[in-house]
Write a protein that binds this ligand. Structure first.
Ligand code: UDP
Length: 384
């Protein structure tokens, strides 16, 4: 038995871990003993529990219950509590996903215990150190001995940083595995009726990056953008608790509620959200994962940021970086409404098979077999 511990903490992590845990359970339960640890970074029902239910993720074996707090406090708490789990479980390997504080904290504790670490979604770089996730990505990659990449730019970034080629595996995208395997279930969602919208008659918005929502100026710009967009088309905005909190704090909540053609709601569950994306005319976002999901679904996406760590969504997909200048965003919205939206193609290996490829590597690594043909980049096995 190969003992692995998989760590999740926040909404995008749940989506990414689901296909991996499911594949191990369905096809490799004789080979792997997997323990699922939830750090408790996101504990809100709408950001956590609903994903376990809808994505059929088994309840976590351990919940570290870390809750909210400053990044430092969260990371320190997770490290301490996770160390206990490592001492108890003595895994052969830890698997972390994404770029949240839980990812880095678990990676640090794992490294301190001398346990091999795999990072899923390695190598993505915005080259913007003002973004807290960027530090999490860079440091987690430095601590990992197996690095699983979603796109070619990530492979190149890791090579440029001096990571040995034989530790990098270009395997595709777990988030797209989840999307593909839940697309049919999402057909049954009634969210469009509940929100009283028709397909292709609305823009879907999500925003939660600190650069957009943590200052009154940032939120002010977002408000100007939204008030321009809602004059052109109906807007649905499932609002992240962080964004809602900041709006209240800065006294701007009433202004957004006053927008007639914009519907604010709580974050929606995964299946409802897939359905909302699939039927949207366009998506405006600063989320990492949603840039990828819209590319996979072929829906035009405007990213309200100056950079992206997922450039394949721009070069091959439907994503356009607009920044947050209201005039620029509005011009891009009008382009889409008038039929000039980007049409993209699905990036290489975003085919729903990433979990399969990752498990082959994890399995091959521990039993020192030759790597599978399906793992395209690496030609030799990682050194132990
Ligand atoms: N998502 C969701 N409901 C929402 C908003 C997002 O289910 O109301 C899903 C979305 O489909 C994607 C994930 O949450 O799978 C993205 O999470 P988030 O934007 O919080 O994280 P990021 O990708 O920016 O790290």
């Amino acid at each position: 038995m190969i003992r692995i511990v998989c760590v999740v903490g926040a909404r995008p992590n749940f989506v990414k871990i689901a296909p991996l845990v499911r594949h191990i359970k369905e096809e490799w339960s004789d080979t792997f003993e997997a323990t699922l640890v939830h750090t408790g970074q996101h504990y809100d029902e709408k950001l956590s529990q609903v994903f376990f239910e809808e994505l059929h993720i088994p309840q976590p074996d351990v919940n570290l219950g870390v809750g909210s707090g400053t990044a430092t406090r969260q990371i320190a708490e997770i490290m301490q509590r996770f160390e206990e789990v490592l001492l108890w479980k003595k895994p052969d390997r830890v698997v972390v996903v994404g770029d949240v504080n839980s990812t880095l904290a678990a990676a640090l504790a794992t490294e301190k215990m001398g346990i091999p670490l795999a990072h899923v979604e390695a190598g993505l770089r915005s080259f913007d150190r003002a973004m807290p996730e960027e530090t999490n990505r860079v440091l987690t990659d430095r601590l990992s001995d197996l690095l699983f990449a979603t796109e070619e730019s990530a492979v190149q970034n890791l090579l440029n940083e001096g990571v040995e080629k034989d530790r990098i595996f270009w395997v595709g995208n777990l988030m797209i595995d989840a999307l593909i395997s839940h697309a049919q279930e999402a057909e049954r969602s009634t969210i469009l009726n509940q929100m009283n919208v028709a397909p292709r008659q609305y823009a879907l918005v999500t925003l939660h990056r600190p650069s957009n929502v943590d200052t009154p100026e940032g939120i002010g710009r977002i408000l100007r953008i939204l008030s321009g967009v809602e004059k052109q088309t109906r807007v649905l905005f499932p609002i992240h608790p962080r964004t809602r909190g900041r709006m209240e704090e800065f006294g701007l909540a009433s202004e957004i509620r006053a927008l007639q053609n914009l519907t604010l709601c709580e974050p929606v569950g995964y299946l409802d959200f897939i359905r909302l994306m699939r039927d949207a005319k366009m998506v405006l976002t600063d989320s990492g994962g949603i840039q990828e999901e819209t590319t996979a679904l072929g829906i035009p996406c405007l990213t309200l940021r100056e950079n992206t760590e997922r450039p394949v969504t721009i070069t091959e997909g439907t994503n356009l970086l607009t920044g947050t200048d209201p005039e620029r965003v509005l011009a891009a919205v009008i382009d889409i409404l008038e039929g000039r939206g980007k049409r993209g193609k699905i990036p290489t290996l975003w085919d729903g098979q990433a979990a399969r490829r990752i498990v082959r590597v994890l399995q091959g690594q521990s039993t020192r077999r030759e790597p599978s043909q399906e793992v395209p980049l690496s030609t030799t096995l990682p050194r132990s």
